[in-house]
Design a protein around this ligand. Structure first.
Ligand SMILES: N[C@@H](CCC(=O)N[C@@H](CS)C(=O)NCC(=O)O)C(=O)O
Length: 207
């Protein structure tokens, strides 16, 4: 059994989506970020960054933090969504999510959504980098149905971030390949379920 410590955020949803896709039993534990539960002593002992998500695999006493590492761990353990023929393709797009999509779109949430009007420079910079993320994805998806050849952990890492397109001030219709892929993924049963495992119910946004 796997304990999953998580919240209803893009990084958290990556893992519930993968766990639902895998169809395995797991125990979701809500860490309420608004109540600062990520800073409790118990949670700090398994999350050195005080951030969700974290898993505890009781089968082999393994704790993993960082969503990219968790996706890799689960995909390797269950030998799914990490096709060996496309291994490095998937890994590089997974790292692109971790190192670029997450940080840039996470900042967009701060500068373009929560704290608009505080810094013109930050807003401008954030708009440029946000557009760049969507442009890169749009180009990539012009050649592939999925981020890599088949549906993989790269899609599961990126999709929950694009589900916040409204906060990014992005009209998905301006990125038709991203829109097609976004709708394709959002129809998957495991994605619909995985989107709402933890926290208050919210609809998957449709453009
Ligand atoms: N690089 C980390 C980022 C994790 C992260 O930023 N988690 C956020 C929620 S999406 C969090 O726990 N925030 C709480 C805080 O910063 O206090 C990962 O991908 O797991």
């Amino acid at each position: 059994m796997i304990d999953l410590y998580s919240s209803a955020t893009p990084n958290g949803r990556k893992i519930t989506i993968l766990l639902e896709e895998l169809g395995i039993d797991y125990n979701p534990i809500n860490i309420n970020l608004n109540k600062k539960e990520q800073f409790t002593e118990n949670f700090s002992s398994i999350s050195p960054t005080n951030k969700i998500p974290v898993i505890y695999d009781k089968e082999n006493n393994q704790i993993i933090f960082e969503s990219g590492a968790i996706l890799l761990y689960l995909a390797k353990k269950y030998n799914k969504f990490l096709d060996q023929k496309n291994y490095w393709d998937i890994v590089q797009w997974l790292f692109f999510q971790m190192a670029y999509v997450g940080p840039m779109l996470g900042q967009a949430h701060q500068y373009l959504f929560y704290h608009q009007g505080k810094s013109k420079f930050a807003e401008q910079r954030s708009k440029v980098y946000t557009a760049n993320v969507y442009e890169i994805l749009n180009e990539r998806l012009s050649k592939n149905n999925y981020i890599c050849r088949e549906y993989s952990i790269a899609d599961m890492a990126i999709w929950p971030w694009t589900a916040r397109f409204e906060r990014h001030q992005i009209n998905l219709k301006d990125y038709p390949n991203v829109l097609r892929w976004y709708l394709l993924i959002s129809k998957r049963t495991a994605v619909i379920k995985g989107y709402n495992i933890i926290g208050e119910f919210s609809e998957i946004p449709y453009p």
